[in-house]
Ligand binder design. Structure first.
Ligand code: FAD
Length: 364
């Protein structure tokens, strides 16, 4: 009798076909799709340039920014910004049809660019635009896409190891695209650190033209209406965030979190059960299925620190947790833990900060 454990034939990475098909072997370089809309580069694109730089250095290849839109001067200016954030070259696709994002022309441009210049890795932000585009491009190119990655690395065989939470965040899985190119991944805003811009860094511009005609595109943009009702739009980018959990006990007590955030000049949010109870809007949920934040200061009041919440906040520089239970999991990763009743401590902190900050203002 053998005491060896058996595993199903063909299972696991070790039994996968590792040889990349011949026609994919020429695929080189790392690309980042730059989300440029209404005169603004989405910060996630710059965060991805920082991550792409590390991957490109490891592979000893170039890092390219892909910039599509309408108006050559504006696109060149964007290219200049991408160089200072680490790109070696920028592909510019300038066409009036690309003035506003639409899936069809952008997918056409991206697939044509990939077929011509053959990148081995392509990264996009996991924003509304990035998710829409990445899925369409991966499907058209018949390649693999790992969505919402929290970590990107290169393994010993030059393959992209794209890690993301799975099974409701209770496990992390690392996904490889072994037999297809490019290897595509999306990453949510604030998951990766923002790189420091290096002024004066330069790069090459490669112009790419595609035959796009407005009459061939079915969808039409009639107008652009900014989402002014979404007052939580900047939560992911706030320097100071105060959040509440079920420990706040009533919907009225959410105001205590808002008051402290106001006193500190920060933004506010909460854990998922607060959204489920209707105490806070969904766009203020922080965590795996909400927003990922990377503030300099994060104050969590009455939040237990479940893994799904933790993954959205652990990039914060300083985490202060207020919880009545000294065994609460949040104390395992908070930098400062306060065992106290949030409902009495929050107003006391708000008053103290208001007084201290107004004294500082008068003194200044
Ligand atoms: C697929 C999936 C996705 C999820 N996504 C998210 C997500 O994006 N974000 C998220 O937050 N959760 C998410 N969750 C839910 C998550 O698992 C937890 O249930 C949730 O984070 C718990 O919220 P909480 O900390 O507010 O509540 P609880 O876990 O109930 O913790 C409340 C805490 O408050 C403390 N407390 C009680 N009274 C007081 C008081 N007066 N003062 C101070 N402390 C007090 C308690 O000791 C306790 O630690 C997800 C779950 C699943 C399955």
């Amino acid at each position: 009798m053998s005491n060896q454990t058996s595993r199903p034939a063909g299972s696991g990475r070790a039994n996968m076909k590792r040889e990349l098909p011949e026609h994919f072997r020429s695929y080189k370089h790392v690309w980042v799709f730059i989300e440029f809309e209404h005169g603004r580069i989405h910060p996630v694109s710059l965060e991805l340039l920082g991550e792409g730089r590390k991957l490109a250095d490891k592979l000893e290849v170039e890092l390219a920014a892909v910039i599509a839109g309408s108006g050559h001067d504006a696109l060149e200016e964007v290219a200049g910004t991408t160089f200072s954030y680490g790109a070696d070259l920028a592909y510019i696709i300038d066409n009036p049809v690309l003035a506003d994002y639409r899936n069809e022309p952008y997918t056409r441009v991206m697939t044509a660019l990939v077929e011509k210049y053959q990148p081995e890795i392509m990264l996009l932000g996991a924003t509304v635009l990035g998710r829409d585009l990445a899925g369409a491009v991966a499907t058209t190119l018949k390649t693999g896409l790992t969505a919402d990655c929290t970590e990107l690395a290169i393994d010993g065989e030059r393959s992209l190891a794209a890690t993301r939470p799975t099974f409701g965040g209770s496990l992390l899985c690392t996904i490889h695209t072994l037999n297809y190119r490019p290897q595509m991944a999306t990453v949510r805003p604030r998951v990766m650190a923002m790189p420091v811009a290096q002024e004066g860094r330069s790069g090459r511009i490669v112009e790419f033209t595609v035959d796009l005609k407005e009459e061939d595109i079915i969808t039409k943009v009639l107008d652009f209406l900014p989402d002014t009702a979404n007052e939580a739009a900047q939560l992911a980018f706030a320097d100071i965030v105060v959040a509440g959990g079920i420990g706040l006990r009533t919907s009225e007590n959410v105001q205590l979190v808002r008051d402290l955030a106001n006193a500190l000049g920060g933004d506010w949010g909460g854990s998922r059960p607060l959204v489920q109870k209707g105490w806070i809007p969904a766009e203020r949920q922080i965590g795996q299925t909400g927003k990922t934040i990377r503030p300099r200061l994060y104050i969590a009041a009455g939040i237990s620190g479940a893994i799904q919440h933790r993954v959205g906040v652990e990039g914060a520089d300083l985490i202060v947790a207020i919880n009545t239970d000294p065994q609460a999991p949040i104390f395992d990763f908070a930098h400062v833990g306060i065992t106290a009743d949030a409902i009495t401590l929050l107003p006391a902190l708000t008053n103290a900060f208001r007084q201290r900050l107004s004294v500082n203002r008068l003194a200044g």
